[in-house]
Write a protein that binds this ligand. Structure first.
Ligand code: FAD
Length: 477
């Protein structure tokens, strides 16, 4: 009978072990994607990722059609729908590539057992991560809480497997099955359609992922160690949304960045790999702490006196805090669905420390607006910045947005790009417009409080308030 390949975070045909194994069986192959937004399902995708999913499914359907494999779309409870497709197609096998978010793991484990009980052959494969998060253990058998020993252990271990190519074309046709229409899922925004800037910045799908990787390897890769920290240029790979949807695998990235180009300094290659391994580390943490996006990893932070402040939150979300580097980051996020890592740290620090707003509120905003929103990395990184995480940045280390701006966006090009109302301001005041003399502001065509906000909090006072809150927390512990 036919084989059903259930696609989830693996919207690609190359290095897709489940798909290749199904094709190798010589049976008809049915590809299935389920939009599951029921209670038990993985966290519902935010707006930016729904936009991406639509386009990535369009691309996947075309690549599968070229292999003579139909893509069946269903929406509703995954367990029921996988069974319904198995029954309708009279399939005797179901294959999938593993996923690592806790609700996904729970569904897959149960479904695997139930299908096997009914005599259906089920197999799962790797692809999303280089290392099974459950299998990496410390010398004493526990899980890693600190990144560096985690990296060292992986670096000294077995290197990742080689990626495989696309499967051959299937000759044995599957019979027609009922499918939803993608447009009926209404994944794209309509009123208002905010996706223009995102569409200009990205090409979802497997071909887009490879173009992105090729551009990186031919370009900024050979200066990555230094360039990755500078938001005013394209110094990073921008692979994160492609990885989040599994349009490319970390195995492929690992192999390509070894093979090409030979002249890349080992420092650049190693620094890049260490970032890929940060993603692995985040999944390792999530596996051992399934409520990573909901609860403080360090429970002492449960006593943190977070503030409720709707106006400040809204100013942060809209990029209207009066701190140019923060506002540029939040606007880059809104316009393009992505933010540079250095600036993610700055804006997250600003929310949790200067504004003393709970990191979970920031995590949730990122979840809705990032095209690369990831259940492990987003939660782990928010907790890292907030100070509540494993191996976290200490809470008392409070980023100074002016210094961060002048160090990492030296000429202010990043600010000028995303906060155009400051474009005519000189380099000297680009990170601190409130310090500029009135005649400098007026020459740049800016009236503070009208064209661009004054700072919503005073840096020194906000800093002190955060330190005081932290002191109370420590006294309570
Ligand atoms: P590159 O510098 O080219 O790195 C290559 C790859 O390594 C990335 O695609 C990513 O998969 C991985 N990586 C790099 N840095 C990190 C990191 N610090 N943690 C985990 N993986 C990393 N990344 C996400 O993928 N999804 C998120 O939801 C997410 N939320 C974040 C929230 C905050 C508050 C912070 C500070 C960081 C967050 N990151 C998240 C990590 C990082 O900012 C992005 O992975 C990175 O900016 C993606 O751009 P890139 O692909 O060009 O990165």
């Amino acid at each position: 009978g036919p084989v059903v390949v259930w696609f989830r975070n693996d919207l690609r045909v190359k290095d897709n072990l489940a798909l290749s194994k199904a094709v190798d069986s010589d049976a008809p192959v049915i590809a299935l994607f389920i939009l599951d937004e029921t209670a038990r399902a993985p966290r519902k995708l935010g707006g930016a990722r729904r936009w991406w999913l639509h386009h990535s499914l369009v691309a996947l359907e075309a690549s599968l059609a070229a292999l003579n494999i139909p893509l069946i779309l269903k929406s509703g409870e995954s367990e029921k729908l996988v069974r319904a497709v198995v029954d309708e197609s009279k399939a005797d096998s179901v294959f999938w590539n593993r996923r690592y978010d806790p609700p996904g793991i729970a569904i897959d484990t149960e479904l695997k057992a139930a299908l096997k009980d009914d005599g259906i052959h089920v197999e799962s494969f790797d692809g999303q991560l280089l290392h099974e998060p459950s299998k990496t253990t410390t010398g004493s058998g526990g899980h890693y809480k600190v990144y560096t020993p985690f990296w060292r252990a992986l670096d000294a271990g077995t290197p990742p497997r080689d990626p495989i190519g696309a499967p051959r074309k299937v000759t044995n046709n599957a019979k027609d099955l009922s499918s939803d229409k993608l447009d009926d899922w209404k994944l794209l925004p309509t009123k208002p359609d905010w996706s223009g800037g995102i569409a200009d910045s990205w090409t979802p799908g497997e071909a887009g992922a490879w173009k992105c990787l090729d551009d990186f390897i031919a370009g900024p890769f050979d200066a990555y160690a230094e360039g990755r920290d500078l938001p005013d240029r394209a110094g990073t790979s921008r692979m994160s949304p492609h990885l989040a949807f599994g349009e490319i695998t970390p195995y492929q990235i690992w192999a390509e960045t070894s093979r090409r180009p030979k002249e890349v300094a080992s420092e650049d290659r190693t620094t890049y790999r260490k970032e890929i391994v940060w993603r692995e580390f985040s999944y390792h943490l999530l596996f051992h702490k399934p409520d990573l996006a909901e609860a403080n990893y360090n429970a002492a932070f449960d006593a943190m006196p977070w503030r409720q402040d709707k106006d400040a939150l809204r100013a942060w979300q809209r990029g209207m805090t009066g701190y140019p580097i923060v506002d540029a980051g939040m606007r880059q996020l809104w316009q393009t669905g992505w933010m540079h890592n250095r600036v993610r740290m700055i804006v997250a620090s600003f929310l949790t420390k200067h504004l003393l707003i709970d990191w979970r509120i920031g995590e949730d905003w990122f979840w809705d607006t990032l095209v690369d929103a990831d259940p492990a990395s987003n939660a782990a990184q928010w907790q890292w910045v907030a100070g509540s995480g494993a191996d976290a940045s200490p809470y008392f280390r409070i980023f100074n947005p002016m210094l961060q701006g002048s160090k990492f966006d030296q000429k202010g090009d990043y600010v000028r790009r995303f906060v155009p109302e400051l474009a005519k301001l000189s380099d000297k005041y680009i990170q601190t417009p409130w310090e500029a003399p009135t005649e400098v502001l007026s020459r740049a065509g800016i009236t503070l409080g009208k064209d661009y906000p004054r700072p919503i909090v005073d840096h020194q006072k906000a800093r002190q308030r955060a330190l005081d809150a932290y002191k109370k927390l420590k006294e309570a512990a």
